[in-house]
Design a protein around this ligand. Structure first.
Ligand SMILES: Nc1ncnc2c1ncn2[C@@H]1O[C@H](COP(=O)(O)OP(=O)(O)O)[C@@H](O)[C@H]1O
Ligand SMILES: [Mg+2]
Length: 331
């Protein structure tokens, strides 16, 4: 399981000779994912999703906040210990080709992490071989036909399965999947999503699923939580099915409205609207709602006071929350 409290990440970008410009990429984010549970993070590009994922995987250091994995506070561990400990968190990125060494066979790529573990546990080469076979079978690949192949000889979907197999070699407690199927052929996506979903249950893995696609968040984690983020801030969070059926925040409604309707098969939700105005580059003062410049329902108060995330279970940061039915339904 994983618990995150008040996570903040500020990047300072050099801005010519005038000094520094700070971007708060992640703003006071808190969540917990039980073993076997799922949390999906949705939001458009630049909203801070990858930054959260990289922090969880130990690739980025947060500006402040705490992270507990299996009830150990990662932030209090000395750096060397932290690295070993964070092996329990494995990151599956967008591009499986970049994640694999093109000059090494699939067998070699899978053996590398296992050699480290074998040394630590006093296991031999036969153990490594059997683990390689085990993880390949688990991700639905035939060891006999892929062990000697190189990454370029596989399809995108197969490559992502290999990346997942490699993550499984270290028996992770948390998988962070960052747009893990967006570069894979549409026809192969569902299989990889099903694999991620099944691994939750089978190994009690906590899945942190980053996406800009509501449908895949729903598929891998309908029984889990959904966090909608806009410019680093959580604007709505709660049980996935509840947020999809009863979205309260206009930004969540805009994201849900963007899902295309299957013509002839589905009816658009009655409240579907042209979602966004303005642009996301606009600077918003701390005293205004972060979403005010783009919100079609903004009122005077939204410019004067920033709403806080409120509500137990299902929470939203909006002064004027109204449920709108924007999701298409089957005819
Ligand atoms: N290493 C970095 N240095 C400076 N700014 C960064 C860095 N990484 C990300 N950012 C900024 O942080 C914000 C969030 O980025 P990111 O986490 O990649 O968003 P997403 O994954 O949702 O597209 C963006 O404004 C991005 O430009
Ligand atoms: Mg990203």
């Amino acid at each position: 399981m994983i618990d995150v409290k008040n996570l903040v990440k500020v990047f300072t970008a050099k801005k010519g000779v005038l000094g520094h410009d700070a971007i708060e990429a992640v703003s006071h984010m808190s969540f917990s994912i039980p073993g076997g549970g799922a949390l999906s993070l949705i939001g458009e590009s630049g909203s801070g999703k990858t930054t959260v994922g990289r922090i969880l995987a130990g690739l980025e250091v947060p500006t402040s906040g705490d992270i507990w994995i299996q009830r150990v506070n990662v932030m209090t561990l000395p750096p060397a210990e932290r690295r070993t400990f964070l092996r329990q968190v494995q990151l599956i990125q967008q591009d499986p080709y970049q994640a694999l060494n093109p000059a090494r066979t699939i067998e070699q790529s899978l053996e590398d992490p296992l050699k480290v573990i074998a040394r630590e546990r006093g296991k031999n080469g036969a153990w490594i071989q059997s683990r390689v076979h085990e993880v390949l079978l688990r991700v639905g690949m035939d060891p006999g036909s892929v062990l000697n192949k190189y990454p370029h000889m596989l399809s995108g979907g197969q490559r992502q399965r290999i990346v997942i197999a490699r993550a499984l070699t270290v028996e992770p407690k948390v998988l962070v999947a960052d747009e893990a199927v967006s570069m894979i052929d549409v026809s192969l996506r569902l299989g990889v999503l099903k694999l991620l979903k099944d691994l939750r249950q089978e190994f009690g893995i906590s899945l942190f699923f980053i996406t800009h696609d509501v449908a895949s968040a729903r598929y891998v984690g309908e029984d889990g939580q959904l966090f909608v983020i806009y410019k680093g801030q959580v604007v709505e969070s709660g049980p996935t099915d509840e947020i999809i059926s009863q979205p309260h925040h206009p930004y969540t409604q805009a994201l849900l409205s963007a899902v295309p309707v299957l013509k002839g098969l589905e009816d658009p939700g009655p409240d579907r609207f042209i979602p966004l105005r303005g642009n996301d580059q606009e600077q918003v003062p701390d005293t205004a709602c972060i979403y005010e410049p783009r919100c079609p329902f903004a009122q005077a108060k939204c410019q004067k006071e920033r709403p806080v995330l409120q509500g137990a279970g299902h929470a939203y940061a909006c002064h004027f929350p109204v449920v709108r039915r924007v999701v298409a339904t089957m005819k």
